[in-house]
Design a protein. Structure first.
Length: 253
């Protein structure tokens, strides 16, 4: 257990926790009814630099056995529930799952099953947890997925009432400068407010996308670029860094 957790800035609708196994994660505050949302930090694992500490990806060059131990730490933090994963391809595919394990290529998972963790790995891309009465969904939204409206597509695939969406730690407009062409494309699709010069707000675009789908949005307001002490950031730490895990699980109400 860490003696002291890193601080979150005032006004963030989030709380930071240390699980029994040492993993440090952020959750919405207040927490949603009928679901648990975990945005894991980089703290509490066993990876060494430049993947320190809680890296969940073997694709970045970390030792697979060490990554496996990090994932076991995370699974304990989430109650040793079954977990579903996908091969993320920076697209807009949404896949429905009913059991743990690998579920093919996609960038969003959706389930109505209770106690099944839906996982994505991120290091600047936006993790979005959708919580509904009947289903939950976890979305990995990079700039391509955001531009193609993956969060709205996932929301429209869900049955029943969607209570709200939670935008987790990601790179934000303060730290994310893109090409003039890409900034213009986002402004044309989501409005001028999502860009400032060549600085792009992916969370702002996702908010517009989800509100078009009739979903209430809660943005935790945490920037991976500003907080590499707490989260992996590919832009700030390239060429090599780890990946954070984001997960949502439907629980008994």
């Amino acid at each position: 257990m860490r003696a002291q957790l890193p601080e979150l800035h005032d006004g963030v609708p989030a709380a930071i926790h240390t699980a029994a196994g040492g993993a440090v994660y952020v959750s919405p505050d207040p927490e949603p009814e009928g679901a648990q949302v975990f945005f894991f930090s980089r703290l509490g694992g066993v990876s060494g630099p430049p993947y320190d500490e809680l890296n969940v990806s073997v694709k970045v060059g970390d030792d697979p056995e060490i990554v496996g131990e990090n994932i076991r730490v995370i699974r304990r933090a989430m109650g040793d529930r079954p977990s579903a994963w996908v091969k993320q391809v920076a697209g807009d595919g949404v896949t429905c799952v009913s059991e743990g394990g690998f579920a093919g290529e996609a960038d969003a998972l959706l389930t109505s099953e209770q106690d099944l963790c839906l996982n994505v790995a991120v290091a600047d891309c936006v993790p979005v947890a959708l919580v509904g009465d009947d289903e939950v969904s976890m979305v990995h939204s990079g700039w391509r997925g955001t531009l193609s409206g993956i969060s709205g597509k996932a929301a429209r695939r869900m049955s029943g009432n969607i209570e709200r969406a939670y935008i987790g730690p990601c790179i934000r407009g303060c730290c994310y400068e893109v090409s003039r062409e890409l900034a213009d494309a986002f402004a044309g699709e989501f409005g001028d407010d999502v860009v400032s010069g060549r600085h792009l707000s992916l969370p702002g675009a996702i908010r517009v996308d989800l509100e078009r789908a009739g979903v209430e949005v809660v943005d935790l307001g945490l920037c991976t670029g500003c907080r590499p002490d707490l989260f992996f950031s590919h832009r700030k730490e390239k060429p090599l860094t780890g990946r954070n895990l984001a997960s949502v699980v439907k629980v008994a109400g």
